[in-house]
Write a protein that binds this ligand. Sequence first.
Ligand code: GUN
Length: 283
Amino acid sequence: MPQIIDGKKIAQEIKDEMKIEADKLRAQGIIPCMAVILVGDDPASAVYVGGKRKDCAYVGIESRAYELPKTTAEEELLTLIAQLNEDKNVHGILVQLPLPGHMDEKKVINAISPDKDVDGFHPVNVGRLCTGVEGFVPCTPAGIVQLLHRSGIKIEGKECVVIGRSNIVGKPASLLLLRENGTVTMTHSKTENLMDITKRADIVVAAAGRPKFITKEYLKKGAVVIDVGIHRNENNKLCGDVDFEDVFEKVSAITPVPGGVGVMTRAMLMYNCISAAKREELL
Ligand code: GUN
């Protein structure tokens, strides 16, 4: 029977730890605060933002909501970000993605102060991660490492294969596993003989964005599988990039969908926001 990695439980643990940290900051007169900017009326984004605000309330982080119409000029968003960058009471700034088509996401992300970039998307934070300097780490990959650590799974020296090279998950996950002294291979849609590579892996991180793509043929016996995918199957049920039932008997540990990686993202956002507020303590 493989270990089923309980993301829900681990995310709750992290949020409870952050609640203690938030209380300590408040006792010193620092009220952790995150600005959450939503542009437009994408229903999925509204749900995500609602979830983030709920977690903030639980942890004791003040969340300031900025809901801008879809027709907002890019310049107006950049002005708001500039104001929030200057605002000493705001520790974290999150701009929910995707942005409407007329906005340049890169330009908007670049406008956020790297020291308030709780998503870890700013090139300065990407550079910090790449060079091993402390900075904000994107929440989903940071959550993956926490899941492994808190489930007693060793990364050091292990063959880690990451499937997918997105800026939000695959690339930073590879860099983080490398920082943890894993031997990392980054694969993607153009990789030849993917199965030969994944079959070597002690740890597989599946972030390909293809439902039930990873079957037992892709895995070595006893592999640890982290499934980042989230899709609806033909019966409208949630499923991941991994065919859970198919691989179940072959793996030593696996994250379920839902209740695995997904729930960790918001917990790590709370972690990043508390880290941002702690900087004020040091200033
Ligand atoms: N849209 C989907 N995932 C994310 C995320 O992690 N951060 C932001 N800002 N937008 C998203």
